[in-house]
Write a protein that binds this ligand. Structure first.
Ligand code: NDP
Length: 330
């Protein structure tokens, strides 16, 4: 038996999460059993701990969309007991049991070996959020973004994806403008490498203007909603936005077609969940090579399995800073 954060749903549709003992026989089928060391809290985990009916298919459920640990048993020749591995995505923690447990069983195809230069804890400080941030930056660079082009905007900057995007862009030599709704995060964001702080309210209003001054050379957008509508109109000619999430809402409003037609702006959608093995491994190695580990340490908020019900509610309110790293054995 081992510990897991188990979420159950009652007849009224309310979810209840608590640390319980579960058996290895309860785990889903899969070729590789992993002794989990660290997992993290992402926005989707908040949904799966709380009102997650749309993501979760069966109850009881163990959330945790990413984890890192050591292979304990393997029926796949690519992995042997003792190997360090990382998992992000593939709907683990959503439609099947995930990383909020001391053991997890998954398909071998979903794992990658721990990238060189990272510990399991550092890999989870990066986690799904960091992989997504790197994929977003790569998408902007593939569309021509260069350091000399001018400031790159990061929205939801104090959140998980935003924090890693800010630190990675700054480490790669970009001038980062970090948008936050929390003025008290300015010091934190400057320490991650942001050159300027933009107040969320300055971009919150929906305007009828078809275009605004050309300001941003690129954007990693984690919030969508009204803010994305404003940001699109402020992009420089030919610039791109990498849209990652919708923490600020799913509806984009405003005179939206003009930036695409009159400025050649492009919008890249980023999905880290189904990234094929090769692309995932390359993105992880770029993170390990580029991300200053002292900055990574600044982003970490340590947590235990028992802390997750409260933290899950916090992340849905946009109140978590940086990356919550869960030591499942603490
Ligand atoms: P976090 O909650 O850690 O960060 C989101 C941040 O957005 C908050 O910290 C806050 O930043 C800002 N924010 C929250 N509410 C609003 C609002 N109403 N208006 C404007 N800004 C707001 O979440 P993550 O960083 O983990 O995830 C961000 C989004 O990206 C989520 O929608 C998530 O589902 C998605 N995502 C997508 C992935 C993919 O593969 N496409 C992978 C990972 C995440 P601040 O206080 O600084 O303003």
């Amino acid at each position: 038996m081992f510990n897991a954060l188990v979420v159950e749903k009652d007849d009224d549709g309310k979810t209840h999460a608590a640390v319980r003992q579960v058996a290895a026989d309860d785990l889903p089928e899969g070729q590789v059993m992993v002794a989990v060391e660290y997992s993290t809290l992402n926005y989707k985990d908040g949904l799966c701990i709380g009102p997650g009916a749309g993501l979760v298919r069966a109850w009881p459920h163990v959330p945790g969309i990413d984890f890192a640990g050591t292979v304990e048993q393997s029926a796949d020749s690519r992995y042997r007991p003792g190997d360090k591995v990382v998992l992000t995505g593939w709907r683990v923690g959503e439609t099947r049991w995930g990383g909020y447990a001391q053991k997890a069983r998954v398909d071998a195809d979903w794992l990658i070996p721990l990238p060189d230069g990272l510990t399991t804890r550092q890999a989870m400080a990066v986690g799904t959020a960091g992989l997504t941030a790197m994929l977003a930056i790569a998408a902007l660079e593939d569309r021509g973004l260069d350091k000399a082009d001018g400031p790159v905007l990061v929205t939801g900057a104090a959140g998980g994806v935003g924090s890693v995007a800010t630190a990675l862009l700054a480490a790669r030599g970009y001038e980062v403008a970090a948008v936050t709704g929390r003025p008290e995060m300015a010091g934190y964001l400057h320490a991650l490498g942001a050159a300027t702080i933009v107040a969320r309210e300055d971009l919150a209003e929906v305007t009828r203007k078809p275009l605004e001054s050309e300001t941003w050379a690129g954007c990693v957008d984690t919030v969508a909603g009204a803010m994305l509508g404003r940001v699109l109109k402020q992009m420089k000619y030919g610039a791109s936005v990498a849209a990652v999430g919708l923490a600020g809402g799913a509806v984009i409003e405003g005179a939206l077609i003009t930036p695409f037609i009159l400025r050649g702006v492009s919008l890249a959608g980023i999905d880290s969940v189904m990234q094929p093995l090769g692309a995932r491994q390359r993105a992880w190695q770029r993170i390990a090579d580029d991300l200053p580990l002292d900055k990574l340490e600044d982003m970490i908020r340590p947590a235990t399995l028992a802390d997750l019900p409260d933290l899950g509610a916090e992340i849905l309110k946009g109140r978590v800073r940086g990356r919550v790293v869960v030591d499942v054995n603490a």
